[in-house]
Design a protein around this ligand. Sequence first.
Ligand code: 13P
Length: 341
Amino acid sequence: MGLDLQSLNEVACGMVAPGKGILAADESTPTIGKRFDLIDTKSTEKSRNAYRDLLFSSKGIEKYISGVIMYDETLRQSSFDGETPYPEYLSEMGIIPGIKVDMGAKPLAGFPGETVTEGLDGLRQRLEEYRSLGARFTKWRAVINIGEDIPSFTSVSTNAHALARYAALCQEADLVPIVEPEILMDGDHNIEDSFEVTELVLSSVFAELYAQSVELEEMVLKPNMVLSGYGSADQADVNTVAEMTLDCLKRTVPAAVPGIAFLSGGQSNELATAHLNGMNTLAGNRKPWNLTFSYGRALQQPALKAWGGNDENISAGQNAFMKRAKLNGLASTGAYSEDME
Ligand code: 13P
């Protein structure tokens, strides 16, 4: 089944189709190097290609994965069977190819402990090339910290402004932007603090998207869930996380946005699935947007471990990946239960 997508809205709806979600496999070279260190595997162009090939060639992946976010290097690499460039390889399976286009979160001058995401200079030209290589959507991640007197107004508004400028350029280039404002869950703040900061950041992002004439029907939002800080002694349960995340999104995300695909942000694999399922169970069909996943770690951790950099373990790695893909696919319609683990 090939892809025959006409409009950006169709691409956006395809990315958040019920029962499916997005695989974030867009770790930069330094980041994938850190993941490989954990399994004692040397990060080379070849080993990175081998690992991405393991994921993308998992049998049945297209049942649960609607799109894949790649990194610049991967977008230019090819499948091991038949040397098909990945954008084409994925499209032939009905999976939408995407690309991370930001250049990372860098220290925000004058605001210690805060960052601004860079990558707007020259973006128009890069987008043109990515589109010609077959990408249909993009990702830009802004990073917001919670701490004493943090986030500042400056970091929230600067990151929201950059996200909106990025999104406008993508739509101009016929690419669907994933707008990702991530509030980190590092720290000992409670879930109410997470709610307050997430509400502030999303409100600011949508005001900027409006100011810069971004079409809401032609984007996907990738937010954090509203969670207790990882260092907090008081960890909210699954139902509370589901309820508070939904409440926060209802206040801030216009109904015109086709879908919301969450990041996993360091949650355990099982909790990332349970939280998504909790929201879909609670909201049923009363929600205006599809709610799904765009996980990196929560989809890949077990696969990386089972593979361990060893060719003999490719199918073990693929089985581990497919288990998470399937369970998260079920969670995207509220059909997951813990006993499936
Ligand atoms: P995690 O799911 O590991 O947070 O990664 C998702 C992602 O793409 C972050 O930009």
